[in-house]
Design a protein around this ligand. Structure first.
Ligand code: SAM
Length: 298
């Protein structure tokens, strides 16, 4: 990432994100728009030559104007169109508003978003308005500032789809990868409902896939992952966790998905029915990981 002649001493500022002790990416901060500690996290928003405006929490890139569409389109349209009759959706996390913006493209009756950090929402609305669009002003949406892990244990509401748009399993986001939290999400799902999760980069974060597969596997009849490359999340494609008791939903004919997609009446930038189906195809190393876990589980 580093172009020659930069770094300390030439006045340039860089965000250095450490993915692993021996692996990092650096993004030049071309113009810092906001930087402060919130009640929960260290938040920065800055302009970057290639990614446009970028938001990072605790030094980890969360979203960029240039590639957010990949992540947000896949985590919303795959579960909602696979379900086929979703009217109530829950988003846990998602402070930048990009997930809500995509979800509200569907004829939903109700969207609830439970985000722990008010400042993330306010700063994202102020400095990254293109990502949330008008989502936060949509009358179908209710934003709750609360810990998602507690909400799913206590709410009386039920949802057809739960989307876990969390930070990585560190800090306030750590509990959002626990079995206890997934069990709470299952409690909130209507029969045959679907949970999808932000699940890291399998090539470098194998443990994240293994943990989620085991934990969701004790709760749902059908557990798997769908994949998409998000350039700002280095290390190859990102994995999205999938859990449901309706085992037919993951392998529906592409023609049926295409019929449902037509209802949106809009063309998207990453998602289409063919990529929906293809995203559930796994490279051999991931097939091997999941088969080994199935064998261990006996
Ligand atoms: N796309 C990003 C990624 O893959 O890393 C995630 C983006 S979104 C900004 C993550 C959000 O999760 C943040 O706004 C953070 O405040 C929120 N969050 C973290 N822990 C939470 C919790 N326990 N309950 C609700 N929201 C939480």
């Amino acid at each position: 990432m580093s172009a020659p002649g930069n770094g300390p001493g030439n006045g340039e500022a860089w965000l250095e994100e450490r993915l692993r002790p021996s692996l990092a990416q650096k993004l030049r901060i071309d113009k810092q728009l906001y930087r402060d500690k919130t009640e929960h996290q260290d938040l920065i928003v800055f302009e970057h030559q290639l990614y446009g405006r970028v938001m990072a929490l605790d030094g980890i890139v969360q979203t960029t104007e240039a590639d957010e569409f990949v992540y947000h389109e896949m985590m919303t349209h795959v579960p909602i169109l696979a379900h086929g009759a979703a009217t109530r959706v829950l988003i846990v996390g998602g402070g930048d508003g990009g997930m809500a913006e995509e979800a509200l493209k569907h004829p939903l009756e109700r969207l609830v978003q439970v985000e722990i950090d008010r400042t993330v929402v306010d700063i994202a609305r102020a400095h990254l308005p293109s990502i949330s669009g008008g989502a936060y002003d949509d009358p179908r949406m209710e934003l709750l500032i609360a810990d998602g892990a507690r909400y799913v244990q206590e709410t009386d509401e039920r949802f057809d789809v739960v989307i876990v748009d969390s930070t990585d399993p560190v800090g306030p986001g750590e509990i959002l990868f626990s079995r206890e939290f997934y069990a709470g999400c299952k409690r909130c799902l209507t029969p045959g409902g679907i949970i999808v999760t932000q699940n890291g980069i399998p090539f470098f974060e194998r443990y994240a896939v293994e943990n989620t597969y085991r934990r969701l596997g004790t709760l749902f009849s059908d557990v798997s992952f769908f994949l998409a490359p998000v350039p700002a999340y280095i290390g190859g494609f990102m994995a999205f966790g999938w859990g449901t008791d309706n085992v037919a939903l993951r392998s529906q004919p592409v023609e049926l998905i295409a019929e449902r997609f037509k209802v949106l009446g809009t063309k998207l930038r990453y998602y289409n029915p063919a990529i929906h189906q293809a995203a559930f195809a796994h490279p051999q190393f991931l097939v091997d990981i999941l088969e080994a876990l199935d064998r261990d589980a006996g």
